[in-house]
Design a protein around this ligand. Structure first.
Ligand code: ADP
Length: 504
């Protein structure tokens, strides 16, 4: 007999995690394991597909061992994953043809530049909502077919399969029975038309990808097959799949158009639900699929910032002015506002809405009175300013399209991720946005989203409205800054960014 618990797998960039949620949506048990990162050359980032598989199985077993009944208490399995990371394996033997190429990998920058120079970007963006950037799967797959010996011939002979991490895990979990993905993961490949909801022949031709190697695309809450009983001790139905940022959007119950979630980890990813209409960004944000339920697609605008929590890591490991990440808050509190600094943490270029890969970080406003406290404050504030940049772009896009999204002044931001424990940072975020910032009780929103998708399909968990009802706030941060001060501070930031950009 199955119980009503859900097992959620969160296969991330640096670790694999598994969380068992009970039928009241509370996390009951967790397993987590880091795995090796491979950097074979400058700008290259790889994972061993066997590490992804082994660590995932291992963390699931760890979590299941902590609950009564183990796998027999689980009604369904949900998967969320690092997005865009690209795998190719042999249909018969199951052997990967090379390491997984991770989303951060920049090896296809030249190919992207070439395709852009040839004038392909408008067509690609029109169909996919994405940009011609190495970040996405399409050029990584093209690279594998081109550069791994024998890969192209084998792919053309129908012997190879492509997948993002969700497809790879499901293929292994089902003993090779299911070669599937969900619409959110498909929407990050550069091969999927987000208007027609289908793999696109013109895009596949552009990247030289044989269409037989692509997985079948399902709804985010759907039947993805069944995990073989010998893996966890019971056959577990796989019923929910979404890429990590989309799963967090679902886990934050951002079901209404205009709702925004922002996740603060190493970097920051903000998604705004734009409902059933796809909004074409005028501000270089991405249009992407937020989720697909019962065949109905909900879209989002997405903006990413490369450096959020990693600015705090730099204070700790680079400058060594704090011992632990939480110390950044006491330091910021001790900073004298008269010594205001602006830090533009463009350590790896600037992300949305600037997309300036050649910009590098800068600090403005240094005087003899500047000290470590002021640097800490500037680092935490940079997260707020960068979010404001994204939100401004989203507001502009949403209004321009008249997409029926929430008016700018009604915005509320739902936040999650490791950095959101910093009250000081969240208060500054509310102040500089001029909008409330809501932090939920369950900060594991990514896993929660995957669990809810699986529970919905399995019939265990309620519909959107009931789930949204159960979403619980831990704390709301209300903006407390005068409008004039907010405007002056933000203008200073805009000026700092202008002076930092390489392309200005
Ligand atoms: P990821 O999933 O990207 O690894 P997490 O969601 O685990 O990231 O968040 C970790 C990040 O949050 C780190 O970059 C860390 O510097 C930052 N962080 C953690 N705790 C705090 C804190 N109390 N104050 C500020 N930043 C913090």
């Amino acid at each position: 007999m199955s119980g009503g618990h859900i097992l959620a797998i969160d296969q991330g960039t640096t670790s694999s995690r598994a969380i068992v949620f009970d039928d009241a949506l509370h996390p009951l048990a967790m397993g987590q394991q880091e795995f090796p990162q491979h950097f074979p050359r400058s700008g290259w980032v790889e994972h061993d597909p066997e590490d992804l598989w082994r660590s995932t199985v291992s963390v699931c077993r760890t979590a299941l061992a902590q609950i009564d009944g183990g796998a027999s208490a689980i009604a369904a399995l949900g998967i969320t994953n690092q997005r865009e990371t690209t795998l190719v394996w042999n249909r018969k033997t199951g052997a990967p043809v090379c390491n997984a190429i991770v989303w951060q990998d920049r090896r296809t920058a030249d190919l992207c530049a070439r395709l852009k120079a040839q004038g392909h970007e408008a067509m690609v963006t029109g169909k996919t909502g994405l940009l011609l950037d190495p970040y996405f799967s399409g050029t990584k797959l093209a690279w594998i077919l081109e550069r791994v010996e024998g890969a192209r011939a084998a792919a053309e002979a129908g012997e190879l399969l492509f997948g993002t991490v969700d497809s790879w895990l499901i293929w292994r979990l089902t003993g090779g029975r299911a070669h599937v993905t969900d619409a959110t993961n498909a929407s990050r490949t550069l091969l999927y038309n987000i208007d027609t909801n289908a793999w696109d022949a013109e895009l596949c031709a552009l990247f030289g990808v044989p269409m037989e190697m692509l997985p079948e695309v399902r709804d985010s809450a759907d039947d993805f097959g069944t995990a073989e009983p010998e893996i966890f001790g019971a056959a577990l139905p796989i019923r929910g799949v979404a890429g990590d940022q989309q799963a967090a959007t679902v886990g934050q119950a951002c079901f209404a158009p205009g709702m925004v979630k922002s996740t603060y980890g190493t970097g920051c990813f903000a998604l705004m639900n734009t409902g059933t209409s796809r909004v074409a960004s005028q501000n270089r944000l991405l249009s992407t699929i937020a989720y697909r339920l019962d065949g109905k697609t909900t879209y989002a605008l997405e903006g990413s910032i490369f450096v959020a929590g990693s600015a705090v890591q730099w204070l700790r490991d680079g400058l060594k002015i704090i011992d632990r990440a939480p110390d950044s808050q006491q330091m910021a509190e001790a900073s004298d506002p008269a010594n205001r600094l602006y830090m533009v943490p463009a350590f790896v270029g600037l992300g949305a809405p600037y997309w300036d890969p050649d910009a590098r970080g800068a600090i403005f406003g240094l005087t003899r009175a500047s000290g470590p406290e002021d640097l800490c404050r500037a680092a935490l504030e940079s997260v707020g300013y960068q979010t404001r940049d994204l939100i401004e772009a989203m507001r502009d896009d949403a209004q321009g399209m008249g997409a029926g999204v929430t008016p700018a002044d009604a915005l509320t931001l739902r936040v999650d991720g490791g950095m959101t424990v910093s009250d000081w940072t969240m208060q500054f975020l509310a102040d500089i946005l001029g909008a409330p910032v809501d932090r939920p009780q369950v900060l594991e929103t990514t896993a929660l989203g995957a669990a809810w998708l699986a529970g919905r399909k399995a019939g265990v968990w309620p519909d959107e409205a009931a789930f949204a009802e159960r979403w619980r706030i831990d704390r709301r941060f209300e903006p407390a800054m005068e409008a004039e001060a907010r405007a002056a501070l933000y203008e200073g930031w805009r000026d700092a960014v202008r002076r930092t950009r390489s392309d200005a």
